[in-house]
Design a protein around this ligand. Structure first.
Ligand SMILES: Cc1cc2nc3c(=O)[nH]c(=O)nc-3n(C[C@H](O)[C@H](O)[C@H](O)COP(=O)(O)OP(=O)(O)OC[C@H]3O[C@@H](n4cnc5c(N)ncnc54)[C@H](O)[C@@H]3O)c2cc1C
Length: 429
């Protein structure tokens, strides 16, 4: 046994890191927490996937971040960049990518998370008879009383015609580094936020074609923001069956859409001929030639897939095996059935996609990270979750159930621009 902790968090993405901060704030000692990830540093995957898109601004608002106080990014940005015009864009005051990242580094430093970070590839999880967890890699076994799964998304989705081993086919959501490509014919398949932003970023270096099965679709968010709070996560939703919840989530998500700003930038790039758009489906790629379903063919030196993630349950074989060995409850869609405070089994918690049935369609987003961490820690404080912790009084958070949610309301009033969708307190799921 190499390491024994009160808490292990598996996954050091935005979700795992935010949960770590909230646990530390609730009284869990830093020495009793380890945040595990196969990548070399916290937020490594998030940073490498977003950096390649050269994104100007986040899609979400300034109160959706990994700090604890909903205002912490706003305060950081105001202190370092002054007027909101210098660091954010409408609507809903979306932070620049640069400010969002800087704020992340500040949060990591403030909570000294480098001390809790442990590079580790989890291959097996065992729940012992006494309820403790063993998390195993090839050469190490970690033990804890509590375990949170913050494992992110399922693998990137490859269309059936796209080879995973072709060195000229790259998936924009894969952690594999992209080669430097200049003055080439490149094609991006998929015109959601990822594909559109990558196409724009490449337009000055390469001849870019964007292939999309449907015309461009503008939506500011990837799900209606009413899902952040009780307007949509209401009694009707929480009391519906798992099958109904899955259908609701499917209907509420708007994958493959782009926000107003990216839409405007892309339309300008199309008008000026910097990017070419083809509405069709890719069908075959060989000998540096892409063939579309319509039969159209054109040269393509490198092909970039922006085709999202697989629709499977996150966590892969690790979570599959845990479900089987521990007999964990799952819905017909295979996703965890948890308590309202996201406890899947005593001491075992989930966030991100694994918390989707409980939290609803925005579970995977940054606001989902905030809601999940709050629910988990609330459960600990209320004693409904396994380990009770004492939380120091925090006046800033004491009136709210979901931080981003109340903050949005205040952000609206601060800006004299009410954010109507965010005016109610969310019900507990
Ligand atoms: C390009 C892009 C832009 C986005 N923009 C926004 C936005 O503006 N607003 C918004 O709200 N959301 C946005 N999202 C969606 C979402 O908020 C992010 O995807 C977010 O990073 C998800 O965080 P996560 O911690 O769940 O997942 P991840 O960042 O994927 O972290 C999960 C971590 O778990 C680790 N892990 C998994 N299994 C194991 C294992 N067995 N052993 C060791 N480590 C393991 C992985 O290595 C990974 O580091 C965006 C997503 C993308 C891809």
């Amino acid at each position: 046994m190499n390491l024994k902790k009160e808490w292990l968090i598996l996954g050091a993405g935005l979700h795992g890191v935010h949960l770590a901060c909230r646990l530390l704030d609730s009284g869990v000692p830093l020495s009793q927490l380890a945040v595990l990830d196969r990548h070399p540093t916290p937020l490594h995957l998030w940073t490498s996937l977003t950096k390649r898109l050269d994104m100007g601004y986040l899609r979400s608002t300034a109160v959706h971040h990994i700090g604890l106080s909903p205002w912490s990014l706003l305060e950081y940005a105001t202190e370092h960049y002054g007027n909101p015009d210098n660091w954010s864009a409408p609507p809903y005051q979306r932070p620049s990518y640069e400010v969002f990242q800087e704020h992340c580094w500040e949060v990591l430093e403030e909570y000294e998370l480098a001390q809790a970070f442990h590079r580790f590839e989890a291959e097996k999880i065992v729940i012992k008879a006494d309820g403790t967890f063993l998390v195993e890699s090839e050469d190490e076994i970690l033990e804890s009383r509590n375990l949170a799964l913050a494992v992110g998304q399922p693998p990137p989705r490859y269309p059936s015609w796209a080879s995973r081993t072709d060195p000229r086919i790259h998936h924009l959501l894969s952690p594999r580094p992209l080669p430097t490509v200049e003055r080439a014919n490149i094609t991006v398949v998929g015109a959601g936020m990822t594909g559109a932003q990558f196409a724009l970023a490449q337009a000055s270096k390469n001849k870019v074609t964007l292939v999309t099965p449907k015309p461009l679709e503008e939506q500011n968010f990837d799900a209606d923001p009413c899902w952040i709070g009780p307007k949509c996560v209401n009694r009707k939703y929480t009391e519906s069956s798992a099958l109904e919840k899955r259908a609701t989530i499917r209907a509420a998500r708007q994958p493959g859409t782009i926000n107003h700003q990216v839409h405007a930038e892309l339309v300008a790039a199309l008008d000026s001929g910097k990017v070419r758009l083809i509405v069709d489906r890719a069908a075959r790629y060989e000998n540096r030639c892409l063939t579309l379903e319509s039969g159209t063919q054109f040269p393509c030196d490198h092909l970039y897939l922006a085709t999202g993630f697989e629709k499977t349950r996150p966590g892969g074989a690790l979570v599959d095996n845990l479900i089987q060995s521990a007999g964990l409850p799952v819905a017909p869609c295979g996703f965890p059935i948890t308590t309202p405070n996201l406890q899947w089994a005593p001491g075992l918690y989930v966030t991100g996609g694994l918390a989707e049935l409980t939290l609803g369609p925005v579970a995977r987003n940054i606001t989902g990270a905030r809601s999940a961490a709050k629910l988990i820690v609330d459960g600990l404080e209320l004693g409904t979750n396994k380990t009770k912790v004492k939380k120091p009084h925090d006046p800033e958070l004491s009136n709210e159930t979901t931080p981003g949610h109340s903050a949005l309301r205040l952000l609206g009033s601060r800006q004299n621009n009410p954010v109507e969708l965010h005016t109610e307190q969310p019900a507990r799921a």
